[in-house]
Ligand binder design. Sequence first.
Ligand code: ADP
Ligand code: MG
Length: 660
Amino acid sequence: MELQNLKGVGEKTIELLYEANIYNLNDLIEYYPYRYQFVIPQNLKEADFNKVITINARIVETGKVSYVKKNLNILRFKVIVNDNVISVVIFNRAFLSRNLKVNQDIILTGKYDENKRIFVASNLKFGMLTKTQIIPVYHKIKGIREATFLKIVKEAFNECDFVDYVPSYLQEKYQFISKKQASYQLHFPKTEEEITLARQRLVYEELFVFLFKIQMLKIMKNEGVMVEKNFSKEKIEKFICGLPFKLTKDQLNGINDGLADFALKKRMNRLLLGDVGSGKTIVAVVLMYANFLAGYQSAFMAPTEILAVQHFYSVNNFMKKYDVVVELLVGSMSKKEKDKVLERVLNGEVDILIGTHAILNENLHFKNLGFVITDEQHRFGVKARNNLQEKGVKPDVLFMSATPIPRTYALTLYGDMDTTIIKEKPNGRKEVITKIVKETDLKIVLYHVLKEIKMNHQVYVVAPMIIDNNDSELKNVNLLAEKFKLAFNDKVPIGILHGKLSSKEKDDVMNKFKNGELKILISTTVIEVGVDVKDATTIIIFNAERFGLATLHQLRGRVGRNDLQSYCYLICNNDVKRLQVLEESNDGFYISEKDFEMRGEGDLFGERQSGDMAFRIADIRKDYEILLKAKNDVMEWINKKEYQKVPSFQKIMEQLKFNN
Ligand code: ADP
Ligand code: MG
């Protein structure tokens, strides 16, 4: 069954779901909460008044509303809580006043001001909380309310076929609950234990399938299905000489590894692992040029549209001297534009096609695809690539990842998959000077920003994260923008980027920042990994303590993209110790070692940011034990050869072989 057949899912919703990379029922069900909130009703007398608390209350006097401004109204009423009558204040909920009745039980969330005996509520629900309530927290899907989302998910559970990949003897060994049950428990948990069991089960399966695919790719590579590619070495050397910069030794190694793969009568199956800013793209570019010289088309896939467009411009720039035709295919193009590109790809008029993995959902056929590159592959694992169907030869495959992981983990994950590591930073690159700064010392940072802007440099600001309230994302960005405007007398052009903007608006802002019209870009959490703005020399990250080291390092990689000295300010109020690793080092591999060493710190469902390794559910840092088990089990399973008889695994095999 398709998404659009679900009750309540119209065309508009479909579009929004696609934007969140949800294309079918499985994607929908696998859109798991990234965190859970455990709400316990508190006793007013014992509560910590600095914190947001939840209390049971009973209404004793119904509401009065005062309308303060156009966008501000205040609802006040009285309740009894633990035998005390207190006042409740709640903003912008005038509409609730009609529903309040004396003697009604309500659940209030907010902060209590003991002196004034006023409870300032941020949320009000009807009913009474008797035990701990578990509230799943999802990454918001723009335009879809959570209640609606949950309704659709519930509906999907009735319609979806669950393919259980874990072989039955392993199901028994670990006494796993069924996949359907596990998925359901993650969305609608009753107890904490339900979450833990469900999670273990699904993490195991995700890793099991991932490892199976990697292992199979490795085996199939040696089946010799590929022709060797012939290309002129001189032309490639000339191409490299024509580049605007001198390649680093690591980059040259990467290129040579790739060229050697091409020349073999085997299929390339290579992982290009390189720190942010190490210059992976150019390695891909040279290899695509070689693939072109050999007479084949290339496909280059990026995780997001912004990145695809950026790759398109830079690849085009490198290629235009050489009559290589580069085209872009992304979701936001009109059907007509897409069809035209598709036709030209089929006719062989396009040499290099660059797009998001959304292009994989199109009816895409190449004349003679010879090379597939997947950038930032951790975002979607081995899955996306498998949908790419083509006629003719089996293409060579290169994964690029900017997520450095310690060697032992890489080995477990990728086995003996061919790996090229780029460590060295391009010449003249300076280390990003990183400082941890308390929020109360923000002045220091503002002075610095002013200095940089006078030199015509640009600044990224990552806004503080507050997760409890739906609108706070927006509020934070706007508040911060006001603050910066004030600090610079409104003389510095500031742009803001947040989830409520349409993709066109986002592109607009991004482009203005890229071409220097905007000097400061304030955005929520994540500026796309891989965005490249040369004059950006400073990044300021608020609430840095909420991010993992790897994510912070990725974010920091947005600056220091040329030979200018760059700076990173980590604004935080506690947990400074962990972040010192970033002050000490700019080496992504070192940082990831440290990050992994500290695994297990924090709770099981710590926040995960995009940019971290994005398995749907597994976190190899925390789930390392499960990873090791799954690895053993996969090897055993492959040796048994029984997978050849299991339909779900036959299907995986088919996908891996790129069969039409
Ligand atoms: P990443 O590995 O993060 O994907 P990119 O490929 O985007 O890095 O490269 C980062 C920037 O460095 C780009 O602007 C690129 O043009 C530039 N660059 C790449 N290699 C070199 C080099 N050898 N010398 C100077 N600049 C380089
Ligand atoms: Mg990149």
